[in-house]
Structure formats: structure tokens, C-alpha cells
Design a protein around this ligand. Structure first.
Ligand SMILES: [Mg+2]
Length: 372
């Protein structure tokens, strides 16, 4: 089998607002083969910048767009192709954008292999640890304490046993930050796990102060309290609180994750298969975390392609406390596949269909595709 083309399809809602909501646009990747099998992947990044990373022509042997590196190659060679893309983009790549873009192609390769073998990707990864994963509802703080409380209660009514709120306005007023946490805890009661995503908002000392203020509310983890580059601060924070510290969504390949784990000493490693170079790299990061005794979870705030890839990863590692399940109601989040993932009794089932196990809703793609 040979790869015949790579298409990067930009999807966007008609209006993009300046909030921390990754469901407003998406980059879909389709890899076609001479066998007729088509694989799908996704990139969570700046969609048009990642599209350019895929489509750009070669400038020299270590500065190349990704598409021409894989066309004509055998899709079963995922490890070889990952290395080829990494090496041939290393002036502009190595971290960030190009690794994000590699993710879309890599996920599509896994989808192709699974479809060719009529086997779910979970099985290709050696999975079998679980066939469903406990979901936490992932959302953003509301504009008021009251709306945040309403949102928290809604999540519990939907059957979630864990909720996460994040980003704005955290970091603007310490008393209000604590009030947000207190409000959510009171709204959901003592038995629901509460996760807080600070959204990279504090310096080290303030993060230590806020972690201590949050401790009485029994939060499950405190996510991204610091700048991703403040690894010394992460280590200091970790020594100063008994709260679990979570991070990872700002990283891309395994080198940066190893830094985050070894220098930053975080407790929970969040891996986004649509940013970290796809499943080929995500599973290496996961096992590096497991070897260090750290918890592994996905990061996902985009489409069901991401959820499918995340579930495949989480079913193939020994412990998976949660799957992050974004509950924003963007149609790109809820309508991109023909059978959207659903939460039953607080759990999401690992897909059992061939490949990633999702079929795209062409009507949604047609509606939100932006030709550039
Ligand atoms: Mg986050």
C-alpha cells in the first residue's frame, strides 16, 4: 500500500471569540492510499499555520513541509515516517507547530493501518486494560460565580462524577479565584471530584499561595498554574503543596515532556495526541511518565477524533484515572462524527470499530470547511 495524498482541511465556526476555547476551529487531516483506504487525523494548533507546515514545499533537506515526505510511502511504516518527518523539518520544527502537524498525519496512519487490518487502534497499541474510561466534564469558568455554579450542577446532572473548570478569569484576583473554587465545590457536593485549570496565570510564589488556599476544598488536581517555561517554579510548587500538579498540553514531543517531568516534577502528565506527534509519540511519552510513577491522562478540547485517539491510548496503559471530555457545545465538538461519543454513568466507551473507530459527518465538514 502507498500513500497517494495528504489533505489538510480547515474547519472554523463563522465567528471566533478571544476566549480559551479550542472548539472554535479545527484542522482535519485526510491521508489517502492507492488501496482506497482513507485515514483521518486531527491537529490541535493554529490550523492554517499547521496546514502550511503540511503543504509547504521542501526548502532544503532539513526544512520541508510534511506532505511530500510521506506521499509514495507505505503507511504501515509509522515509526520510519515519524522519524523522517521529524528529521526533515528540524530547522522549523522539533517542538511546537511541526510536531502538532505531524500529529495529524500520524493519527491518520494509525487509522489506515487499523482499517486495513479491520482492527481497532486500541488493539494495535496492545490495549486491553479497559473498555471504558471515567470521564471528567471539561469546561471554562462562567462569567459569574452563579453561572459557574449552574454549569457545575449541570455537569453532575449529566452523570459526570468529576468536573474541571479553567482559564479566565483565574489569576486576576486571588479572593475571586478562591471564591470560584469554593462555589464549584459547594455546587457539586463533597463526592464529585473537582479539577481546577489555572491556565498558566501565576508566578511561582502566587501559585504556592493559591495552592494552599485551594487545599481545603479537596481538589483533585491543580493544572497549569505556571508558565510552561517555569520548570523550576513547577518543582518548587510541587514541594510546597500536597495537591497534585498537572501539566503537559503546552508541550509537544517527548523531549519537552521529559523536561517537564524531570525538571518540573509534575504529578499528572497530560498528553494530547493531536499535538504531541500523534499516537506514535504519545505512547512513548505515556510510558516515560509511567516509568517515573506519574499519572497519565489525555488532553482534549477539540473534536471526537481527538477523543477516539485519546481513548485508544488510555486503554493501552495500566492506569487511566480519567478521560478529559470537553462539554462545550460547538458543532465541531459535537457533530463532526456520525456517532458522537456519549457519556453513560460517567464513563465513555473505548471505540471498537476498525482504525480510530470514528466515521466523519461529511455534512458538518461541508458546512464548516473554509477554503483558503
Ligand atoms: Mg488545560
Amino acid at each position: 500500500m502507498k500513500i497517494t495524498d495528504v489533505q489538510a482541511i480547515y474547519l472554523s465556526l463563522p465567528t471566533i471569540s478571544n476566549r480559551s476555547d479550542g472548539t472554535q476551529d479545527a484542522l482535519l487531516v485526510r491521508v489517502t492510499t492507492d488501496s482506497g483506504i482513507v485515514g483521518v487525523g486531527e491537529v490541535d494548533s493554529s490550523p492554517l499555520a499547521a496546514k502550511a507546515a503540511i503543504e509547504a514545499p521542501m526548502s532544503n533537506s532539513i526544512t520541508s513541509g510534511l506532505r511530500e515526505l510521506v506521499v509514495g510511502e507505505d503507511p504501515f511504516g509509522y515509526e520510519y515516517l515519524w522519524h523522517k518527518m521529524y528529521q526533515a523539518s528540524r530547522y522549523a520544527g522539533r517542538r511546537g507547530l511541526f510536531i502538532h502537524a505531524i500529529s495529524g498525519i500520524d493519527l491518520a496512519l494509525w487509522d489506515i493501518i487499523g482499517r486495513a487490518l479491520d482492527t481497532p487502534v486500541t488493539k494495535l497499541l496492545g490495549g486491553g486494560f479497559r473498555n471504558r474510561v471515567r470521564a471528567y466534564a471539561s469546561t471554562l469558568f462562567g462569567p459569574t460565580l452563579e453561572s459557574t455554579a449552574d454549569r457545575a450542577r449541570w455537569c453532575v446532572e449529566q452523570g459526570y462524577s468529576a468536573v474541571k473548570f479553567g482559564w479566565d478569569p483565574m489569576g486576576q484576583d486571588s479572593d475571586h479565584d478562591e471564591a470560584l473554587v469554593a462555589t464549584i465545590r459547594e455546587a457539586v457536593g463533597p463526592k464529585v471530584d473537582v479539577l481546577i485549570d489555572a491556565g498558566q496565570c501565576w508566578d511561582t510564589k502566587r501559585a504556592i499561595q493559591m495552592a494552599r488556599r485551594f487545599e481545603p476544598y479537596d481538589i483533585y488536581w491543580l493544572e497549569e498554574p505556571l508558565s510552561p517555561d517555569n520548570l523550576a517554579g513547577y518543582a518548587e510548587l510541587g514541594r510546597s503543596t500536597h495537591l497534585r500538579i498537572a501539566a503537559g498540553e503546552a508541550e509537544s514531543d517527548r523531549h519537552s515532556y521529559v523536561d517537564l517531568m524531570d525538571r518540573g516534577q509534575i504529578d499528572v502528565v497530560q498528553i494530547d495526541p493531536t499535538r504531541t506527534g500523534g499516537l506514535t509519540e504519545a505512547r512513548k511519552i505515556a510510558w516515560a511518565a509511567i516509568d517515573r510513577g506519574k499519572a497519565v491522562i489525555n488532553h482534549s478540547f477539540t473534536t471526537d477524533i481527538n477523543i477516539a485517539a485519546s481513548l485508544a491510548l488510555l486503554a493501552s496503559i495500566p492506569e487511566a484515572p480519567f478521560v478529559e471530555f470537553c462539554v462545550e457545545d460547538s458543532p465541531l465538538r459535537t457533530q463532526l462524527t456520525l456517532e458522537p461519543f456519549v457519556v453513560e454513568d460517567g464513563f465513555v466507551r473505548v471505540p471498537e470499530g476498525p482504525g480510530l473507530g470514528v466515521e466523519l459527518n461529511e455534512a458538518t465538514i461541508e458546512r464548516y470547511a473554509v477554503r483558503v
